[in-house]
Design a protein around this ligand. Structure first.
Ligand SMILES: [Cu+2]
Length: 252
């Protein structure tokens, strides 16, 4: 596959970024929408409580109220300030759990990608094409790409985010990811996909993925795994399904 940095849509980080990456999956779109609603609710609560606090301090200061109030207890008020926050939490739990369990939903996958975390690189394997590849599997390891000494025409990569090989995946297909580790705990993460799954040695974690658009997506290991934890990035290159199959056929 030829690499043309100018033509490719890069979903890498931008300077002073404070918001999410552009979503590439339905899950991430859901997370962003949920976050927007949460932020609105949070701002409303902070404004309401802030106003109330200011109002109380200002109007009920000692110099404004020389006489003691006889008001010490209210059962009705207590019921209100207990049930309203409980109702708000209940209201929030519905979209939260819906999102959480939708991530575990496994549709019949067209392709399975096995991901193995190592100290300190990721290895990948696709064994769906074993019959057409005459028993062979597509298997490769991805290390951090060193940018020092790159020729002038190869510049434009992200520092500490690029790998020597990119993981190629088809768009608009149901994919299954199987994540594990060979040595210690790692965590496989792509913010644009809304995915983060622990890679535990001796345990296989399953994820589903449906990439909605073409692009290059970046991620990093998200579980402290040793001295080079910060130097094992993940790069996914999502292709149209047809181009992906042409790539597999080229391997035959
Ligand atoms: Cu790590």
């Amino acid at each position: 596959m030829t690499l043309n940095l100018q033509e490719m849509q890069c979903d890498g980080p931008v300077m002073w970024q404070t918001s999410f990456s552009d979503p590439a999956t339905t899950i991430m779109e859901g997370i962003i929408t949920f976050n927007t609603h949460l932020t609105f609710l949070l701002t409303s609560i902070i404004m309401f409580v802030g106003w109330w606090l200011f109002f109380t301090i200002y109007y009920y200061a000692e110099f404004k109220n020389m006489n003691n109030s006889k008001f010490v207890h209210s059962k009705e008020l207590e019921i209100v300030w207990t049930s309203v926050p409980a109702l708000i939490l209940l209201l929030l739990s519905t979209p939260s759990f819906t999102l959480l369990y939708s991530m575990d939903e496994i549709a019949a996958p067209e392709l399975t990608l096995k991901i193995l975390g190592h100290q300190w690189y990721w290895s990948y394997e696709v064994s769906d094409f074993q019959t057409c590849l005459k028993g062979d599997t597509i298997k490769y390891t991805c290390y951090l790409m060193l940018l020092d000494g790159l020729p002038e025409n190869k510049k434009g990569y992200f520092r500490l985010l690029e790998t020597n090989r990119r993981v190629l995946l088809p768009t608009n297909s149901h994919l299954r990811l199987l994540v594990s580790a060979a040595d210690v705990l790692h965590s496989w993460t792509i913010p644009s996909f809304g995915l983060k799954v622990d890679a535990c040695p001796g345990r296989l974690n399953q994820l589903n993925l449906f990439i909605k658009r073409v692009g290059v997506f970046y991620g990093q290991c998200s579980e402290i795994c040793g001295i080079n934890h910060g130097f094992m990035p993940i790069v996914i290159h999502a292709f149209p399904t047809l181009e992906y199959h042409l790539y597999v056929m080229a391997k035959m």
